[in-house]
Design a protein around this ligand. Sequence first.
Ligand SMILES: Cc1ncc(COP(=O)(O)O)c(C=O)c1O
Length: 436
Amino acid sequence: MVNGQADQAAPGLDEAEALRLDAAEPGHRHLFHVPPADGGRYPESAYLAGNSLGLQPRATRDELLADLDAWSRLGVEGHLAAERPWLPYHELLTAPAARLVGALPTETVVMNSLTVNLHLLMVSFYRPEGERTRIVIEDTAFPSDSYAVRSQARFHGLDPDATVVRLAPRPGEDTLRTEDVTGYLAAEGHTVALVLLGGVNYLTGELMDIPAITAAGRAAGAVVGWDLAHAAGNVPLSLHDWDVDFAAWCSYKYLNSGPGALAGVFVHERHHGNPTLPRFEGWWSTAADTRFEMTPVSRPPATVEAWQISNPPIFAMGPVRTSLELFDSVGMSALRARSLRLTGYLERLLDEVTANRPLTVITPREPRRRGCQLSVRLGEGSAAELTTRLRHEHGVIADAREPDVIRFAPVPLYSTYHDCWRVADALAATVSEVSR
Ligand SMILES: Cc1ncc(COP(=O)(O)O)c(C=O)c1O
């Protein structure tokens, strides 16, 4: 399937059009470090892997160095005397994180990493009882979520195979329909303790109908939580208004805060201060003004901060703060508007390239059912091999998910129309046409 020709513009794909579109709508690429290309005709890579790891904002390094300088100058005094004092440092992240996910500031906190947060939230919100024990996930849930919920079932003495329900698309379909989920909840909801789905599916790029599924789950008496790893910073969210029970997301994908960056948590205010909810605690769970009373019993605040445990890593918070400031300055609605244009453009080019090649876009075609990512399934050959060739022969960085999916994410902050054109051009040059 793979032909040997690289570096040849495919007929029918108009590079000049891409350049014109970029000139008319420059975006924010200048605010980021774009990795140099590993091959091909252009000095910079066409970076389409922001759904996996976002690029580094240019502002991050200096901001991080300033925090490091405070430590070298002030030692322990930095907790109170640093320009951004470390004791309340996490509060700098709270309001912008809340704006990003459509929450009240009291409902959002940045802490730990994603799967750790999902576990801490399940300590509170997965309470199997009687016949209501099931956890509903999607069949293509990210493996970490699958392992997490299975281990939670075992933790409660339950059989994970019987407890975890994996909802799969209908035969012949690639993505879940909303009614596949709401239908299950209407029929079996009395057995469901927790619904935990990806807001945007990591594999297919499908954006779930979060409000409709949340409403259906809650109507069935279940708790509804969301893994927003691929949704935060990608699509507009209104977690508070959608009545979501809890959510967690990482900051290393669309939030550009660096590998393994700190994660975010949302807990709806209706759960705050509820003394019957179990929670794991540490000294950061107690209210800030009681933290140094050194008493043996905590007095947690009636906010999401009660879910914190440890004092936060300041040098890991810096990049998240810098990134959230960027989101605040550009604004999620402007980003979404650009995202719809960029992804729509990439889809149009992919339609042209995939028409006579063993490639199929599996992401929903309706813009309201996706974020910026488009996933392409290979009919033959290896996805890993193809991404390697795209990178080394064309400087196009995308990622493969075995066995047969390649993901392309034009990220509205730093991707360009020309990046999208390079994807289509590289696929056309790398994957041979077939007669259909
Ligand atoms: C949807 C989803 N959930 C969970 C994870 C795991 O996150 P972490 O390793 O930060 O816990 C990832 C990582 O890519 C992910 O995409």
